[in-house]
Design a protein around this ligand. Structure first.
Ligand code: XBP
Ligand code: MG
Length: 226
């Protein structure tokens, strides 16, 4: 039987990528770096998960840029900017998310997070959108640099399963991207896929359930969900 729901954050709980992009661009400008990522650039850059990894890939693509230590410092500054943007309430939850989490809590399902982003970013988002500390809503939080390999590797989902002490068959994962889908499935999980602004139009044919959003109407054909 279903015991837990494991959620991705960026694109799944909330539409956050435009705030990440804004935080990256403001950070580049503030540090005198002549990088600027357009929506079109960013769609492609998102295929590299993780902010530091994304900057390093951009450096390889253009053949110049900061050292790894410079990238780490930029990423710290980017996180501070992103946290401030999210704290101002700039990232709306995706449709149905608040209701699904309330129904899951009422049904006694356990809740976890498996994300590529930085833990501080998740804390800011959950505080701003639910009005509670993230630990009061999510029992297990597996995030960013806490694992060796980011999505599409299974590491972050395996860490969440380990924290829950549950087998993948008793959990459902919620994702919005191909990298996230691959990560969760490689950990043995079934995946409910809801496309987000940057992933709409991607090929999700391997998803166990493909839903337009997480409203009760859109997820009605997933029998285990409350
Ligand atoms: C989200 C990401 C993250 C954010 C940036 O992927 O790829 O890199 O864009 O976060 P997913 P950081 O939703 O699949 O977890 O800058 O904190 O790394
Ligand atoms: Mg995502």
């Amino acid at each position: 039987a279903l015991k837990a729901l494991i959620f991705d954050v960026d694109g799944t709980l909330a539409e956050t990528e435009e705030l990440h992009r804004q935080a990256f661009n403001e950070t580049f400008a503030a540090h005198g770096l002549d990088w600027h990522w357009s929506v079109e650039d960013y769609r492609d850059l998102l295929r590299t998960t993780g902010g530091k990894e994304r900057m390093a890939r951009h450096r390889e693509t253009i053949g110049a840029g900061p050292s790894d230590a410079g990238i780490a410092a930029l990423h710290k500054a980017k996180t501070a900017r992103y946290v401030a943007l999210v704290a101002s309430g700039a990232a709306p939850l995706q449709p149905g998310v608040a209701d699904l989490i309330a129904r899951a809590q009422a049904a006694g399902l356990r809740l976890a997070i498996a994300t590529t982003t930085t833990r501080a970013n998740v804390a800011a988002l959950i505080r701003a959108s639910f009005g509670h500390p993230m630990e009061e809503i999510f029992e297990v939080i597996a995030a960013g640099d806490e694992v060796a390999k980011k999505k599409p590797a299974p590491d972050v989902y395996l860490r969440a399963l380990d924290g829950l002490s549950l087998p993948p068959g008793e959990c459902l994962a919620f994702e919005d991207s191909r990298a996230g889908l691959a990560s969760a499935q490689a950990a043995g999980l079934r995946v409910v896929l809801t496309p987000s602004a940057y992933t709409a139009g991607d090929d999700f044919c391997t998803a166990d359930f493909l839903c337009a959003d997480l409203t009760a109407a859109a997820t009605a054909r997933i029998p285990e969900l409350p």
